[in-house]
Design a protein around this ligand. Structure first.
Ligand SMILES: [Zn+2]
Ligand SMILES: [Zn+2]
Length: 152
């Protein structure tokens, strides 16, 4: 039995057939190990994210796999694995992407498509990856770290 207060946040695709729940464990003072259970939002300017999101960057929130689940009454998502090893799961009715993960993260993390969460503004971006590909008109995010590529 956990001594931490459990809190959840819901998410869904555009047509509402695929739905998920994130279990959040609030970060506590002196408890740095819990940080991985709080969605960690980052931008990614890489070419793969541009294609997948259809915009100039991808925006995802990283959570531990154990804190992510599709709801029991949710339709099963479709999966597509790109040749770079990134798998994206999406609704086969409306086409919205919900989560993505690389091969190394597959059994550890899910990167949640930020806008599919019900209250995404609770999780502002902490950093930016692949800034070498940043669109020329896109400003840096104030207060976020900037990396030229990604390291994992
Ligand atoms: Zn859908
Ligand atoms: Zn990317």
């Amino acid at each position: 039995m956990s001594t931490h207060q459990k809190e959840t946040i819901n998410g869904r695709c555009v047509c509402n057939k695929v739905r998920y729940t994130l279990e959040l464990v609030p970060e506590q003072e002196g408890d740095s190990k819990k940080s991985s259970t709080t969605p960690r939002t980052t931008l990614c300017h890489c070419s793969s994210c541009r294609r997948a999101f259809g915009t100039n960057y991808g925006l995802t929130a990283k959570v531990a796999l154990e804190n992510f689940r599709y709801d029991e009454d949710s339709a099963a998502p479709r999966k597509f694995k790109q040749e770079n090893g990134v798998t994206r799961e999406f609704c086969d009715t409306c086409g919205a992407y919900l989560v993505e993960y690389g091969e190394a993260a597959a059994d550890k993390f899910r990167y949640i498509m930020w806008g599919t969460m019900d209250e995404p503004d609770r999780f502002p971006p902490k950093g930016e990856f692949f800034c070498k590909n940043r669109a020329g008109w896109m400003p840096k995010i104030p207060g976020a770290f900037q990396k030229q590529e990604i390291k994992e």
